[in-house]
Design a protein. Sequence first.
Length: 644
Amino acid sequence: MRCLNCYKDGIALKAEVCPNCGVHLPSLLRDVLPNSTQLKSGTYEIDYALGRGGFGITYRAHHTFLEQLLAIKEFYPQELAIRNASNGSLSVPRTQEEAYQRGKERFLREGRILANLSHRNIVGVRDLFEEHGTAYIVMELIAGKTLRQELDAQGDKKLPARRVEEIMGQLVAALQAVHDAGVYHLDIKPENILLSPDSRAVLVDFGAAKQESSGRSTKSSTRSFSEAYAPPELICGKPVGAESDIFELGMVLHEMLTGTRPEPAFSRVLMGDNWKAADLAEPWQSLVAAALVLQKEKRPSSVRNWWDAAFLSQPPLKKEGESDPPQPPFEKGGLKIPVPPFVVPVAPCPPRQGGDLTVFEFEVVTVDVGGRETNRSRGQAEYFPEDLGDGLMLEMVSIPGGTFLMGSPDYETEPCDNQSPHDNENPQHWVTVQPFFMGKYPVTQAQWKAVAALPEVNRDLNPDPFRFKGANRPVETVVWEEAVEFCARLSKKTGRNYRLPSEAEWEYACRAGTTTPFHFGEIITTDLVNYDGRYASASGLKSKDRQETTNVGSFPPNAFGLYDMHGNVWEWCADPWHANYVGAPSDGSVWESGGNKALPIRRGGSWDTTRPGFCRAASRHKGMPNFTHGFFGFRVAFSLARTP
């Protein structure tokens, strides 16, 4: 028999392992030897070895009951253990037992760390167990190649900038999730980044990872890292942190862009030199320079801030003949970035006529990729109550002006099914939004009834069309034209130009300064949003299906103080449907030219949404203007201009 790993011939038919390379042999003879290549009482069966490293072997295998293909990583440090060819178990010399047990515990810790990191750009763990005197990690099998293989396939060993941005965006999202969980990878290199055929970049091999114990950093105690990419603190056994991973990611970034690595850290420490400027274009130059600083404390401490500081500060294309006046730089995440002249200073709306704004306070919640709360902070915003009569108020929140990147990046996916973002969410483009007011909540049934009683402007309004009754529940079963009529009647009563928000205003208000798919973070749960929780988000979590609307304000708001921007009811916007953002305005106004005026935009998802990705800030959908269903609602907005 031949080993399919090292291709040694002449192996005995009954042998369970290759006497040459030590891998479990493929299950070619499972009918003769039914247990020869089975693990965990026959649950998993090995097909063949995929590769080996200093601490173990990775096999392709399959689940014998579920018929799923998997990868199984076996702890097998050849310098510490010997394979028993008769039964496949490992034996360890007495002098090596202590070192072997320490290594196995690190291996098991790697499995436990990965099992708690649920993210599409981090290799997923399905099982962890001990058998044959060693340990095994069962992982998802990712087809494709490593980043090292893709680099080697390039003639000049460098990648196009667009490809680099695609890969880096995914790695930043993955690494931020790792750090949010209090873990540092500490062995980021092209060999540990898998690229699947569907353009997914996946971070693998957490064998060197450290968990945060107390404070922001932890002491390095192992040399299971690659010196060519490692930062000085890791090489010297000093405390490591997020800054250490950012250094390694900066080394990988430089290699993708140029085809070469900078001098290793230990060489530069001896020379007392930081990374020297190369001929990289911006923002790559600033990113690499900030990441490769030798002193850990001078590097950015957040991988997301490091990335966003460079990319979210890039101005849109200037008009012909337009020039940039000189601007003082601002510093974010360790990077000094020129302030683009197009950014509108963040400023609230001025007080309304007849009175000042009132400040209200609230709590803003952030969660990790597993749906666990990682931060809860106090926020405040200004609002004024619009009196609808009989003590019923419509609370209008002051939304500051600013510039944001509208649409979804290439690496943002539908969290429920790992599909690529809709083409209609691209291309991403910069939009400058002027200050405006927006409803704190979706319009409630009580507010609807009050306005429906006002004189008609263009059409009749049914005061009670709702499927789910409740004064503080959001309106639903409301068509687009009825929402427009509501705004017209309210404008006539108040003298203010109430309207549906533009699509750009809606997304800007929903994001509230965030760049993640949801203002809560990378995912949502039914503890945060009212959607159909029977369908899993990216974390694999499945939860409640309420099958109805909930009272407005039942879940935490975003940083602008707006509630229910994700889920509960779809919200109508003023814009007609356009298939994508080509030619979209950059001033936050309604995109009235072109498009399909018979199909207005709806945003935010609803209680009935079965795909959590539909609730993303960037997700956009078209709706029939006269189609009634129990999940169409809206919220109102107005700018400072008054009606005639």
